[in-house]
Design a protein around this ligand. Structure first.
Ligand code: MSK
Length: 630
């Protein structure tokens, strides 16, 4: 086996530079250029002090003009903006979850989508008091899917999955009146509250922001994750690779991008079809390579071992290789820039969802009834595009790392059973993990999530924090683009155990795991909630007492704010490396970084000095250990 070495951020950057030269030859635009054009950013927008929710404005708050035309002060304006931002994220994740419910509803023994994890389906049905005895698995799937769809609009009651949380957490939500009701109701109520002439009281706005976040994390996202597992299989440990070097010059390269696995799963099926491979050969290629970008990539990496070409700020790079026959997208985090960029090369930019339609793309409408046909048409279009490559523009950076992925909660529990002698019951418990933490072999855990953001040197914050934390015996559970940063660097290679402190290294060796565990896409942060809930129940500690924190060092999207809110509202202190648009109001920042702790036992810390951010997390973990006497 070759010597193991991490790929450095400098090597990522050199590869990007070379690709940008490729782009310059054909007049391609890039996010790097657009950042320059957009800098400096508007200070009013950046601090949340611009209000444009009615047409009397826009109103901008300054020392000279401390109130908007309606009389709203800075705290109301910043709070409303923050809540609207959260609602956008909660709606987005939850609508993804809704699509998955519909896909489950369409599943059939002879259909495009089948039930791959019937045990999980039965488990959820029992949890939701749905009769399972003697039922055909597809009848049950349809019943559970319909019950899931009702979670979006039911007139009474709270989200069903809240019962998965420890009792103490449920009591907090009830006491603080933030237990989420129907998902659509929380999103609509948020937009109602932020309408001109409704709420401007900071406490009310932030309380609703937590509630809207919770309807995402314990509602839409959790259904998205659970039903994706039912349909496509609950992830298990799997080998794959990451970074642009996973694209293969001799092959037809199809890159899937976005979030919804319904499309990408089908593309993978058809790309493996011998008839399609023969067709690719007929067109001069040696085969077909599917790789991914962003969370669609995480979905198919976790379940199929499909390689990850890159994360959010690498999406243009896959086109810049000149070797991408088609970039096929579903929803979320897709740069509209891919339209004009793909025109500079031979790449087909294929949009597939009515939710994400973009100029200069080819729209192949994807739906569950015609999924097979759609996927076949897309794979065929990519193959037929192979002869159109401009050979002089082809350059695939020679960068890739091995990664072991697939750490669902079920898989983590199973792997850690081997670490201690503790007796585990049939379903498995998190007790071995708790024993590692109590004994101090592991100091704690960090759930690192989120995007890239040009405000932070791309990937550098994720990777430097991960290296620092594992060296301090803190295990990482990661998802989204954070996970891909780790994989690209090599931190998901099991050999990365040598970068850990002695305790974590021992755990990695005994359990045969890498120190950074890939838990999936951004909706899969719901897996982290389940893990925290199980750790709390198995240890008898409240979630807020566990030496576990959340972190999003390079976040950028509305979804990330919704995530942050549900992680905090579930009791986990959360560390951000990018400021939310809230600095304009001392009251809003005061609530987010302190006041909400009185409600939910956790709050945010914002620190743009990334090294310091790491120190703060380590301090917090040690503080929590001391507080519980371990
Ligand atoms: S894809 S939300 S850039 S993690 Fe989920 Fe990555 Fe952030 Fe999109």
């Amino acid at each position: 086996m070759s010597e193991f070495k991490l790929t450095t951020v400098e090597e990522f950057e050199a590869a990007t530079e070379r690709l940008l030269e490729n782009g310059a030859k054909v007049g391609a635009d890039s996010w790097q250029m657009r950042v320059k054009n957009q800098t400096p950013h508007c200070k009013f927008g950046e601090s949340g002090a611009c209000c444009r929710i009615c047409s009397m404005g826009p109103c901008r708050i300054t020392a000279k003009s401390p109130r908007g035309i309606c009389g709203c002060d800075i705290h109301g304006i910043v709070g409303r903006n923050y809540l609207k931002f959260t609602a956008g994220g909660a709606a987005t994740h939850s609508d993804h979850g809704r699509e998955i419910c519909h896909t489950l509803y369409e599943s059939a023994a002879d259909g495009n989508y089948k039930v791959k994890d019937p045990e999980k389906l039965i488990r959820i049905a029992k949890e939701w008091d749905i009769e399972t005895e003697g039922k055909d698995i597809y009848d049950l799937a349809h019943e559970v899917a319909e019950a899931g769809l009702m979670e979006y609009g039911k007139p009474f009651g709270f989200q069903r999955f809240l019962k998965r949380a420890p009792k103490h957490t449920q009591e907090i939500w009830e006491r603080e009146e933030i237990a989420p009701r129907a998902i659509d109701r929380e999103v609509a109520s948020s937009l109602h509250m932020t309408h001109m002439g409704c709420s401007s009281k900071p406490e009310a706005l932030i309380r609703q922001a937590l509630r809207a976040g919770l309807c995402d994390g314990w509602g839409g996202s959790m259904m998205g994750t659970e039903f994706s597992d039912v349909l496509f299989g609950t992830p298990k440990e799997m080998e794959t690779e990451a970074n642009l070097g996973v694209m293969v010059e001799e092959n037809v390269n199809i890159v899937v991008h976005g979030h919804d696995p319904s499309l990408s799963e089908m593309i993978c099926e058809y790309a493996d079809d011998p008839e399609m491979i023969a067709y690719a050969k007929e067109k001069g290629a040696q085969g077909i390579t599917v790789s991914g970008v962003c969370c669609t990539s995480n979905e198919v990496a976790m379940r199929r071992g499909i390689p990850m070409a890159g994360n959010f700020l690498q999406q243009e790079n896959v086109v810049l290789t000149g070797a991408c026959e088609a970039i096929v997208v579903d929803v979320q985090c897709i740069f509209p820039a891919l339209g004009p960029l793909s025109k500079c090369f031979h790449t087909k930019f294929i949009t597939t969802s009515p939710i994400a339609q973009m100029p200069e793309s080819e729209f192949i409408r994807f739906n569950s009834h015609t999924a097979g046909e759609n996927a076949k048409a897309i794979v065929k279009a990519a193959i037929e595009n192979f002869p159109n490559r401009k050979k002089e523009l082809v350059h695939i950076p020679d960068l890739k790392q091995k990664a072991t992925v697939g750490y669902s909660v079920e898989q983590i529990v199973k792997k850690l059973d081997g670490v201690t002698n503790s007796q585990v019951d049939e379903l498995g418990t998190t007790k071995p993990l708790i024993e590692c933490i109590v004994s101090g072999v592991l100091r704690g855990a960090v759930a690192m999530v989120g995007c890239n953001n040009p405000k932070v040197r791309p990937d550098a914050a994720h990777i430097s924090l991960m290296k620092k934390l594992i060296a301090n015996d803190i295990v990482l559970i990661v998802s989204g683009c954070s996970a891909q940063a780790a994989a690209k660097a090599g931190l998901m290679d099991k050999r990365a155990k040598d970068l850990c402190g002695a305790g974590l290294k021992r755990v990695c060796e005994l359990a045969d795991i890498p120190p950074v565990l890939h838990m999936g896409s951004c909706v899969d942060i719901s897996r982290m909630l389940i893990l925290a809930a199980e750790l709390s129940k198995d240890s008898g500690l409240n979630i807020s007492q566990l030496p576990v924190v959340g972190c999003a060092p390079e976040w950028m999207s509305e979804k990330a704010v919704s995530i942050g809110n549900y992680v905090v509202a579930s009791g986990l202190d959360t560390y951000l490396g990018v400021e939310p648009y809230a600095s304009g109001s001392s009251e809003i920042t005061g609530l987010l970084t302190g006041g909400v702790k009185d409600w939910v036992e956790a709050c945010y810390t914002v620190e743009t000095d990334i090294d310091k951010l790491g120190d703060l997390m380590i301090e917090k973990i040690e503080e929590k250990r001391t507080a519980i006497g371990i």
